[in-house]
Design a protein around this ligand. Structure first.
Ligand code: GDP
Length: 309
């Protein structure tokens, strides 16, 4: 991801090298190139507009002084503004003062929620936590089973509503309805309290597109478990649709952070660059493959450096 954006941006900035002073026309030409590069990468138009306006203003006002030549100064400004649209500081996962911390995952079907549940479980375990995964995706055939498989790989317990699969030891001891994800979510948090798991990760159902029932169900789960973090899982490959999907989830469920998945793909990267600005919520984690370890905390500065080459 970001390869062509990266090439275009470094190309645009390279043209400034060797210039002793930058004229207004130089800066305008560079900004035009940057604008095209961002639009081509599918970055949302309002994000591009604000970004370019800031670069222009700062580049034109920049004092030619210090150790940086004018071209380096523009690169520095672009880097800082890129870090800004990616969220600025690294935002860490927030844990509840009194465990269990409840983390709810929301997003479209196929965005990578179940895979993420396993990744988060491994990451949490590596940090010394004791996570419990709760299977509330009761819509997609195989989702419960898939969660059990990733949970097992991560060495984490899984709470599921089916006989023989619950952490409680077999016969669905809580007697909850297998068809009601809200009840399963509530019972999962109870289970964590009773058995002293300190983090609960609630996997929820997604649909292929935005859908009122899906939103109502996710909102019901949210109300039942009162998550400390609701993570919106966004497939970075979906391009321009990312913005409307994120906005729909923000309005329908609300979230406290974003997880970008499939950053290993060859999409143009606009979703990653737009989602923070469009939703106002930070990106917390990035997923870069199907394996449990293809996952890390998202660092805006590192991502910007990668894009600028
Ligand atoms: P869910 O429907 O939201 O639970 O999505 P899944 O977790 O089942 O993921 C959908 C597909 O995307 C699966 O085939 C995953 O292996 C794959 N997947 C998830 N995350 C990533 C990622 O970061 N990179 C790649 N390449 N594939 C991923």
């Amino acid at each position: 991801m970001f390869e062509s954006l990266s090439d275009r941006l470094t190309g645009a900035l390279k043209d400034l090298r060797g210039k002793g002073r930058l004229s207004g026309a130089d800066i305008d030409a560079t900004c035009r190139e940057i604008r095209l590069a961002l639009l081509e990468a599918d970055v949302a138009l309002p994000v591009v507009r604000t970004f370019i306006a800031k670069i222009k203003e700062r580049a034109k006002g920049a004092e030619v002084s210090g150790a940086l030549n004018p071209a380096q100064q523009v690169v520095k400004i672009v880097n800082e503004e890129l870090i800004g649209i990616l969220g600025g500081e690294t935002r860490r996962l927030q844990f509840a003062k009194t465990p269990p911390t409840v983390i709810m995952l929301a997003g479209l079907q196929g965005s990578g929620k179940t895979t993420l549940a396993g990744k988060l479980a491994k990451w949490l375990k590596d940090q010394g936590h004791t996570p419990l995964l709760v299977a509330c995706d009761l819509q997609r055939p195989g989702a419960v089973n898939q969660l059990q498989i990733v949970g097992e790989r991560a060495g984490a317990a899984v709470f599921a509503p089916h006989p023989g699969t619950s952490v409680g030891g077999g016969e669905n001891p809580l007697g909850i309805s297998a068809a009601d994800p809200i009840e399963v979510a509530r019972a999962g948090v109870e289970e964590a309290r009773a058995k002293q798991y300190d983090v609960v990760v609630v996997d929820t159902a997604g649909r292929l597109g935005i859908d009122a029932d899906l939103m109502a169900q996710a909102a019901g789960i949210r109300d039942a478990v009162q998550p400390d973090e609701t993570l919106f899982v966004l497939d970075a490959m979906i391009g321009q649709d990312a913005v409307s999907t994120a906005e729909a989830f923000r309005a329908g469920v609300g979230f406290t952070g974003v997880v970008l998945t499939k950053l290993d793909g060859d999409a143009r990267g606009g979703a990653a660059l737009s989602v923070r600005e469009v939703t106002g919520e930070p990106i917390l984690f990035a997923s870069t493959g199907e394996k449990l370890e293809d996952f890390d905390v998202f660092h805006p500065d590192r991502m910007s450096s990668r894009i600028l080459g």
